[in-house]
Design a protein around this ligand. Sequence first.
Ligand code: SF4
Length: 256
Amino acid sequence: MEKHLLSKSTFIRGSQCLKSLYLNKKRPFLRDRLAPEQLAKFRRGTKLGVVAQNLFPGGVDVRPRSYHQYAKKLLETQEVITSGSHDVIYEAGFQYDRLLVFLDILNKERGNWVGYEVKSALKISDTFLLDAAFQYYVITNTGLALKDFQIIYINKAYKFDGTLKLEELFIKESVLDRILPLQEFIKEKVEEEKATLLLEKSPLIDPGDQCTNPYPCDFIGHCWKKLPKEQWPEISYSGEEFYHFVDDVLKLVSEK
Ligand code: SF4
């Protein structure tokens, strides 16, 4: 199997800025050092994804432990689906047209597969929809039909009363009707991103609003270096209260 060119995170990176996509692949040494807040955010998201797996107990986990295991885990996913050995797969892997995704949860419901993506957030953003649309595009093009695709996120009205109730903590919301109309856009964007990765030089893109929206880019130090420091974008890690809430939830789960 040919090595993938885009994953869901690099696809989203390219949607934010093609130059960031290019630099990430060809000049990774130019990346800024990851802020501790960013690192904590990634770890929190991964841990919350594992907690949400408990909404669908009894699944088989095919999460790759490193990129060396990608091919093996893709095969394992296919084996589980073909054999019917499990109705729930965590981190199910799919590759189509050199696009790679590992879906948080794949669940068989009344004979039909449904995809779930877990987000450490209080609402569904446009970027989450793009991410979901990309995953749907890859998975269904491998030949697996998905009856539905849902995003799982945190219920901000949830009140902890001594017992952790996952069904109340998380909200599951179908986004199928919002990602189906995006499929043609995904196809075009994929081609644009793949073409960018073939360029000899990085695309000429001036620093601007895209540098912090939707995520702080990790090439700010490189792209903004000719501009006075006062003009550099301010990076805020807002939502501290929410992060404390998630940290408390994760602590509760680890104590169970
Ligand atoms: S810093 Fe801005 S212009 Fe540079 S790669 Fe990142 S998003 Fe693109």
